[in-house]
Design a binder for this molecule. Sequence first.
Ligand SMILES: O=P(O)(O)OC[C@H]1O[C@H](O[C@H]2O[C@H](CO)[C@@H](O)[C@H](O)[C@H]2O)[C@H](O)[C@@H](O)[C@@H]1O
Length: 947
Amino acid sequence: MSDSENPAADVPDGQPDPVLVGPGLKALKQEAYTDATNATPSLDADKKSQPDSDAPSYFANVPGTSTEGIDSPDLSSIPEKSQGTTSSGQDLLRRLSLVGESSPVLPEVDPRTQHPELKLSGRLISAAFCIPYKLQFQAGSDWSLKPRSGSSALFDSFADLASEDSPWSHTLVGWTGEVEPVLDAKAPLQPVPANKLPPGSKNPTASPINKAAAPVPVNATQKPPSHPLVDGISVERQDREKLDSQLASGRHGRILPVWLSDASEEPQDTIVLKDQGRWRRYSERELYPLLHYKQHGPTDGRSERRWWADYIRLNQLFADRIVQDYQEGDVVWVHDYHLFLLPSLLRQRIPDIYVGFFLHSPFPSSEFVRCLPKRKEILTGVLGANMIGFQTFSYSRHFSSCCTRVLGFDSNSAGVDAYGAHVAVDVFPIGIDARAIQKAAFGAQEIEKAVAGIRKLYAGRKIIVGRDRLDSVRGVAQKLQAFELFLERYPEWREKVVLIQVTSPTSVEEEKEDPENKIAGQISNLVSTINGRFGSLSFSPVQYYPQYLSPHEYFALLRVADVGLITTVRDGMNTTSLEYIVCQQTNHSPLILSEFSGTAGTLPGAIHINPWDLVGVAGAIDQALKMPAPQRREQHLKLYKHVLTNTVGAWSRQFLHRLLTNLSSFDQSVATPALDRAKVVRQYRKARKRLFMFDYDGTLTPIVKDPQAAIPSDRVLRTLKTLSADPRNAVWIISGRDQAFLDEWMGHIPELGLSAEHGCFIRQPGSDDWKNLADKPDIKEWQKEVFDVFQHYTERTGGSFIERKRVALTWHYRRSDPEYGKFQAQECRKALEDTVAKKWDVEVMAGKANLEVRPTFVNKGFIATRLVNEYGTEPGKAPEFILCLGDDFTDEDMFRALQKFDLPQDHVYSVTVGASSKQTDANWHLLEPADVINTIQMLNQSSNQDH
Ligand SMILES: O=P(O)(O)OC[C@H]1O[C@H](O[C@H]2O[C@H](CO)[C@@H](O)[C@H](O)[C@H]2O)[C@H](O)[C@@H](O)[C@@H]1O
């Protein structure tokens, strides 16, 4: 049902086009596009293929003029382009309370003026799996372009971005899709072998679509499908260039086709297209099912490895194409799961590129994603983007949670900290081009005829309409089961209600090739059972049509419906439900919508059902059929306002606006620059007195699961030894670890100064003795109370444990469920702050997957201050080079302490280890402990050069 996330976004081989909406519909009006044998039209003509301007306008549909019952509100002054781009439009929307109810309508403003700091070029490159055309090819001739079906909302958004009103110069990068050879119009069609056809489909050469069987007059002019793919098509360079020029301008902007082939050397004169379907396999057999909560059985993994290799190559070829065209300041917007790896591939080549990613399909719980063998590659691939958008909040939450659980990255509802960068995560439910749908659905003679025809056919009966693809996730079986139960439980409706269910063949690779065609079989059994139980010789309560509909038939069906029934068990965004709402502008028939559709959250005015609860669905059908007119009108109005305000144009503006806002706020205020090593070396070499303060965990060694396993490597020890051997250097380890640990691992380097337990203990260089700075008589008492609270949470948080030191106590939850552990830590912290911390002079600190309690009067900042003071702060005495490094909250005390001294700026380097987006008082950042060691080694080497 949803085509915004249609995996194939295409017609199965050898099939006629399914329902076309949006650009498809508009383009359909151009006969030449549908005729493979005609000369290829110029894409400019495409612009003219907008719906007829004399078609009755939805927006001119003022109250009282409707012929179909209760009217819609007067939206006549909403501007055609984007409903709200002018002040009058905004006023009207406000008057209708459209603004503020849904996402705000953003005006078209040139992003370059709005964000001068980003130095935008004004060019937007969209990357989508396929271009919006199906290609037919004959060497030496023009290419034949037919509108590609599916993904209508997405293609409409490209048209919007490329329109004259858009501030962007738009380029679309997409795969050519499976290229077919042009058929000789006069040559007889060869029968297609049955095994090459999708299950349930008719042999195109055998018989035309059964006109009599259709619920509405079937488009008899519909062409038989083109033949299945021919393998091994050779495309010469001049033919590819010809396609480039045919696609150079049009309603979607400039289109750059990506040629997917095995050829490894660039550029090839001839590209041979073989087994073209392979480029879909990984995404449609592995990713699509997983994203929709479907798991296949175990396999030997060989095919999957091949598909994965193709998936990588596909993403690389997209990256190549974009990089070839890229100009500084371009924004790249990547769409959907076929291109999960593209953001990182682009960032590897252009580190400061602006990239947004939008996922059109659902994103499942981490419990599902973790089953994917390539889970890490997929997640890190997409994390190359600056912002990742989802259809619903729950999908975005699942994604962030996956990054925490699978990759161990910090995340919250605003985003994920990945590899030193903050990746924003946000929610943008897609809309439709409501105005185009309205124009397409109303007024044309054929549609009016079809509407009248269906009404006549089912006169006196209520019509429930369902239109879905025959994928298992679309819930057609559940719908039929619920309808059967409805007829059983509400006998008063028998003979008075008909369910018209139209299904187009599946587009899911895996299901297409199911030899048993299980779903189709199941559906047809259910239909027979219901019609057998509740039908009669003259009437069948289920009218089932496994076929494609023309746009006219499709819109006519949506218009005559008394109830729209969508029982999908999983889908990203259901565009049919949005189109249904537009088509019901005058009837106001209720919409029953599965809560598992991504659309449900944005359509609270629909009747939400759980498709697995058949009794509930049956009850909802009864409720919808009996709904009084005023209630129907009221519910519909809410839905209608939503669909009209949240158009696909508003969606893309919203996405780009937030991407740029994120980029600019990130650039300006939060980012901590990477440590300028050249500057550090210069000052280091100049300085005669130098002070080093190193935190230990997360700074000198990477964070690991078991605290006892975080031991310094030989390289770390050698580096520290060399550094501290220089008499000009004072080198200190200032750690939360206890004395025993520091003695054991670093105690053998006599030149090192050590401080343990966040400043509670100190051991001077050259000494074996530890001095206790936290010696107070009450220690045992507060320790006991802290221990009891920690113990309480340890018992209730699997995997957590307590580390007892001499003074401080640490509760660790790194081995617990990351989200539950974090939650329990918040609770535990609250409990400690409300009790122990109020009674005693202790501080509760949140560390890395831990909580620590230590006396308030000592901390790492206190030690840092003490050390600088020991050197002397007057000019001539003060250290001329201070390097202080740490990674967590407790180290911020040191950074703050250093700010209090009046020392020359270029003498003091406070460095946080981690993302540049981290909230910190440090002036610089380094990504990871390895960078710290590299930096120190560099200083050591620079000293050698001095000698
Ligand atoms: O001040 P530091 O030297 O950074 O020490 C802080 C705490 O580090 C240790 O715990 C942390 O590192 C462990 C090993 O990588 C890791 O498993 C744990 O999750 C981290 O919280 C140490 O165990 C604590 O005693 C220190 O206070």
